[in-house]
Every structure is written in C-alpha cells, then in structure tokens.
Design a binder for this molecule. Sequence first.
Ligand code: GAL
Length: 684
Amino acid sequence: MTHPLTEINHRLGGIAYGGDYNPEQWPRDIWHEDVRLMREAGVNLVTLGVFSWSRIQPRPGAYDWSLHDEVLDLLHAHGIAVDLATPTAAPPPWFTRQHPEARPVTASGTRLAPGSRQVFCPSSPAYAEAADAVVTELAARYADHPAVALWHVHNEWGNHNALCYCDVSADAFRSWLHERYKNLETLNEAWGTDFWSQRYADWEEIEPPRDTTAFRNPGQELDYRRFSSDALLQRHRSEVAVLRRITPHLPITTNVMGTLEKKIDGHAFATECDLVSIDHYLPAADPDGHIDLALNADLARGMAGGRPWMLMEHSTSAVNWQPVNVAKQPGETRRNSLTHLARGADAVMFFQWRQSRAGAEKWHSAMLPHGGTDSRVWKETSALGAELASLQEVTGTRVRSDLALLFDWHNWWALELQARPSGEFRYLDAVRDWYEALWSQNITCDLVAPGTDLTSYRAVVAPALYLLSEQDAAHLSDYVERGGHLAVGCFSGVVDEYDRMWQGSHPGALREVLGLVVDEYLPLRPHERVRLEDGTHVRQWTERVEPRGCATYLRFADAADGGPARGGPAITRHAFGNGTAWYAAARLPAPSLQALLRALSDEAGIAPVIPASAGVEAVRRIGDRESYLFLINHTEESVRVPVVGEELGTAEIRNGEAVVPPGGAVVIRETAAPVSPHPKRTFT
Ligand code: GAL
C-alpha cells in the first residue's frame, strides 16, 4: 500500500512545502497576495485554521464558515493543497467564560486565566463536548472540499496544559488508576505506600501529586504523568474518531514535539496517526543545535517505523520563546531543511507563512517576513521551494538504519523524579551523548521505543534506560541471546515500571545479560573529573562495577584521579548467547564513547555512511533503483567527498568528488549501488 504522504506528494507533484497559514490575521486583499507569493515560493501545501476556533464559532452553537470557505476555494484555485487543522488548541473566549471550571489548575492550586492558548483541562467534559462538536461541524463542512489533503488534529497536544491538578482531573486520575490497578492493594504495593504512612484505604483518598511539604510519592508522580499524557491521547482519539467517521478517505496526523516536549508520550500519539509529523526548533543556546535537529529527525523516522514523515514546523530564522532568540545565518534554513529531508522527511513545512503583525508571535520569523519580498529570508524561502521541487525524485525513498537507539518518555519521566542520586544527570543529556557519538561517525540510527521489534537491527544502544519493565528487559536479553549486539549506558535497568527497585544487586533488569553487578552508583560532584585509562576524563557519573562473566574493555585510572571506582571497569563487554552486551559504567566522554560504538559497530557489521570527517554529516536514502547521498557541511571550509554518482539539484561533482561548500549541503544520485553495505542481519 502506498504511504499516505507519498500519495499526497504524488498529488502535489513533489515534496510538500509550505507552512501554517493564518489568513484570519489579515484582510482579504492580503489573501490574494498570499496565494500569488505562495506560488512564487513553490508552496504547495499549507496548514489552515490551527487557531481559528473563535472565527469559526464566534458564539455557542453559531458557526461562520465564510473565511474558511473563501480561503479554501482561493487556495484550491491556485493549486495549493490544505492540511486542515481542527481548531481545538485554542478554545474561544466564550468557552472559557461559560466554563470557568474547564480552565487548567497548576500543582499549587492556581486556576489559570484565559488569554493565551490551550487554556483547557484535558479531562474537562465541557471541553470534550465543545471540541468534538466543532470538529464534527468542520469535518462535515469540508469532507469533500478538493483542496483538503489531510487532517491536522489539534496542535502540539499538551504543549502548555498537559499537567492539570483540578478536581475534575483528580476524579479522572482515580478512574484511570482503578482501570490500571483494579484494587487498592495492588496500587498500594505498586506505589510503596507503606513508606511515610501513605497507605490508601479508599480510592477517594487519592489525589494528584499537588505541591506538598516534601518529596512526593514517586509512583504516584510517575502514574500522574502517564495519566496526563493518556488524558490528551483520549482527546486525540476522540477527534480522530469523528474524522474517521465523516471523512474516512482523508489521512490524519498531529504534530508531536519530539524531545522538545517531555510531558507527552510522543510514541503513543504517533501510533494513532496515519502519518507521523513533528515540529523542530533549534535550541539557540546549543552551538551544535544541528545535532539536536538530526536526533529529532531520527526520532520522527523511528516513530514512523522507517516510513516517510512530515516536518510540520520549523523556523526560517529566529523564534520568540527562547531566552535569546538568535537569527539563523544565511544558508542555515536550507541546511536544516535538507537534513530533515536526508533523514526521511517528505514534507518541509514552517511556522508560519506570513509573519504576524500583532499578537504573541509577532517576533517569530516566517516564510514571508515583515520586510516582505525584499528580504534575505524571503529570497531563501523561494530558493528553497525551487530546490525542493528539483529533488522530487527523492520522495518515497527510505533511510535504512542497522542500529536502533532506545528512547522512552516513561523512562525520561522516571529518571528525573525527585530524590535521586544526582540531580545533574538528565535523560536528554545521556541520549545526546550516545546519539552524538554515532552522528559524528556517520552511523545512522532510528530512535525507537524499548518494546519495538528489534529483529531488523544489527545493534541496539540504550542510554540511561533507568526504568525497564520485566517484559522489555526480557525483550533485550532475548535480542542479545539470539545474536544481537547491545550497548547499555550507565544508570540503566534500575527500576521496574512502577519505579520500584529491581531486587538484588543493580542493575536488576540487566545483570545477567551484561554479566556484572553494580556495587554502588557513584555520582561526582559538580566540576569533579575522573581519569580513565585511555587518558580521557569523566564528569558527573561513575559506578563501581564487579564483573560476573563480562570482560573489561576500559578501566578507571588506578590512581588518585581515578575517582571513587579507581582501577575498576568503566566499559565492559559480555558474550551472551549468540550476541554481545556492552556496558558503560560512567557518563563517558566523547572519545571513549566513540571507541565503544566503533567496537560495537565493527562487531555487528555496521558501516558508516561515509568515513567520519569532522563536521560533515552524511545520510543515505535508498529507493528501489537508486540511492541518494546527502552531504551536509557544518564547517566553514569547503569539503570534498569521493562519490560515485551524479549531481542532483545544486550539487557539484569534480573529478569523482562532491564539492560541499562551507555551510552547504548537496545531494548525489548514486550510480554504483552502495544500497546495502551488508546484507540485513538474520537471527539464529
Ligand atoms: C510551536 C507551535 C506554533 C508556534 C511555534 C513557534 O510550538 O505549534 O503554533 O507557536 O511553536 O515556534
């Protein structure tokens, strides 16, 4: 079956290109200018109506479709397709006035006021009714409009309101717990409520983990996060059900936020869409923000099960919500866009088409900035549109990864609960360490959930997999036993899915497969450095490991600067069944982590896309007949890379070498088939 995004691209005649379109912010004559300029920029798809609820339904029960009617017709007449949004991310003023009880409440008991967006409690029955009603009317009205190519459900579920602590949420939490645990005894056991005399004798005694005197119960906190993500997932499902009933012919997506959003289990939402889309914004404080971009793109592809995915939002230049909003450099948006494309995106979209004149996001960049067409951003936007059109043949091809990196929101929530060994040890930092060590060697990986079928991967890496259920632990052991290669980062396999310690020595869930026990976790003081035998230095985290069958690959220095685990194993390798399991007993510095990953990849038969060259990113997309090599140069020097292939788009090949200009990116259609450097792995 053809993937829905491939079908959309087929209809559009190329890669989907465009952005959020908010015509309600502008008078009618501007709409005409908009469509003309959209054509000029190569825009073929826009997301319409994300924040249009107060226009569509100005009063309870009263609908006004005039704007949508006119704009949809106008767009269609100009050959621009529409990703039609349900407007439920911004309930209108009449709703919040009529239903003050539906406004979300913070952990300290403050009921939030209207005047922003997502001002609703995820468990509010009044919101559910109003949202489903407007979605029903919208779907019925435009079911057969020829401009509509797909549905965009809500906008970034839970971005602002995921955690609500009101009484309605408390009731819904109790029902959710009842469903999960069936009886109080099981709940008491799971949450360890005998600690600090928290044993519950009645469901009504349970409250959300509101602000309290000291540490909250971690089991309660973790379940509240799960419940909160599920409450919004219920809302998502409800909108999806309406859309499926009325428009079964239209595909559905919702824009998830990848690692930008801790509160929402992105995997759960991605599974409930016909096609996966994500938003990504560069963190300005990160000098290597492009690595965060690549990581999120690989997460999107992992969530999409390797199929094409949409980049629903990114920015043409500065955003307006970071402490300092740095403008993008000339060429940066192009590089970012081609990186997403390289990593499997078949749609490149922005927030937003025209920069707002008023409102909270007037300082956020757009495809058409305040300065209009006489601006750098506009020139780059239209050049990018033309370039993407020339890369049309890439759509539908796939990125193939032989390595999976396990990424899990539940684990993220658990690892960062209160009262743990080191408040400095953050989940995303650990994930980034491992990802970056792969990225810098041009080893492509999919970021997937721990329960994913791993049989097609030659190797799996699991950074800081602190929370591990019995089932997922068995899944990993089984993977290794049957011939897989696994590398596990420090502070993994420590607690079960209720945040209760696995019994016996650490790491309870993984002792056997790793062939070791951790005698003690030994976090370091801020600024403390511990030397490894290879001369590099560890910060933040070490462990005292006792081998129980594993071999030691690298040790902490056996000297005063070797830290609290001096002379002990820092990296181990264990032959287990037909495979191997590696362990890093520290937050390893880049060179040691890279060495570990090189050894793992060699053993697993995984080759980099091209040999590593500092600052040059290489990714390959593979089709039925051709493959496409993307080379992205993050340095300020021109780089030459040997290739066997032809130029595509703006690429230039001289004497068998692709020339990648400083800060540039090129795409090569490969003629000699490096389609699979290794046959796919087969399990014994
Ligand atoms: C996203 C959101 C957009 C816009 C954008 C600004 O989180 O979906 O509506 O606010 O951020 O960067």
